[in-house]
Design a protein around this ligand. Sequence first.
Ligand SMILES: *Cc1c(COP(=O)(O)O)cnc(C)c1O
Length: 381
Amino acid sequence: MSADSREELDVIPIAKPVIGPEEEAAVLEVLRSGFLSLGPRVPEFERLFAEHIGATCASAVSSGTTALHLAMRAVGVTDGTEVITSPFTFVASANAAVYERAKPVFADIDPVTLNLDPEAARAAITDRTAAIEPVHIFGYPADLPAFEAMGLPIVEDAAEGLGAQHYDGPMVGARGNPAIFGFYPNKQLATGEGGMLTMGDPDMKVMVDSERNQGRAPNMDWLDHDRLGFNYRLSDIACAVGIAQMGRLDAMLAARAQVAAWYYEALADLEQERGLQLPCRDGARHEGDKRGWFVFTIQVPRDGPTRDDVINALRSQGVSAKPYLPAVHLMSYYQDTFGYREGQFPITEDIASRSLALPFFPQMTQSQVERVATTLTTILT
Ligand SMILES: *Cc1c(COP(=O)(O)O)cnc(C)c1O
């Protein structure tokens, strides 16, 4: 082994899925069955997922983004309408509205939870508002009771919120609003690519299942289509991986929570003495809010090296890190298409400019967490 590859092995990755013999066996079984798509694994994965979080029903689709697109259509987002969402999110949250020629209307975030601020969202409502789209960013539950009180359709971007729980009881994704999850390899549950739309209305599921499959009704022949549809199906291969992942979901979520606890402990001095901002604790907004751990993001202090300098210094010492998240309204597509400008959402802009993700995955060890903390300490002090 060359010195170079040995150094590479030493890099702590930013994310890493847990894949074992169960996933391997499940995939092999599907491959040998010859039933690679539209087979029995799809409804089985949907049922297990819905049961796990307590949702009435669920539809498996090809990604979190396609789930979001179908959710937008399901609540009536269309040409000339507006969708209110957070600018501090992954770009897909806003793109999904644009797919239906609606305008993403941003409103600023709560500086503590980093989620869409209900009062800012309320102030952005117009007679064109078709939906409010809260995002459970970094797995912290958005304040859904406050949004629900506004009386408009809601689409929940829960792509980062698997395992989170609202202070008034339900798990994230189980309130009945259409809510979407994503299964890209860095997410709490991974199928490679994949997504799930949970909802409370079985009639909505009939429509979603048709639209994900070229607009075909359940009782129709293969080539008969009565509405516009897409190919947003999830293969049985991916669903088999998802089913195997469901069997280890609680353990993976517990392992993530343990890694987060190690980080809080290892970064306590930097938090107290250097003003390093750590993720808000459970119950930070409402007693009983519970995070479903997705990433561990920090905000660098204003009076030190810049976020990008910190990232480069971490990387040069074998610690992966990335800016997380950049503000969506400042992306050139959003500036050019919708006229968004710097200065419109000051809380988001401040936090987005100082926020970065550290390595975070279920199999991360305490000594890896300590190495990250030690490296960060030398950079910040
Ligand atoms: C990952 C993610 C998505 C999109 O999921 P994909 O499966 O990658 O399409 C949407 N919104 C948020 C907040 C995400 O983190």
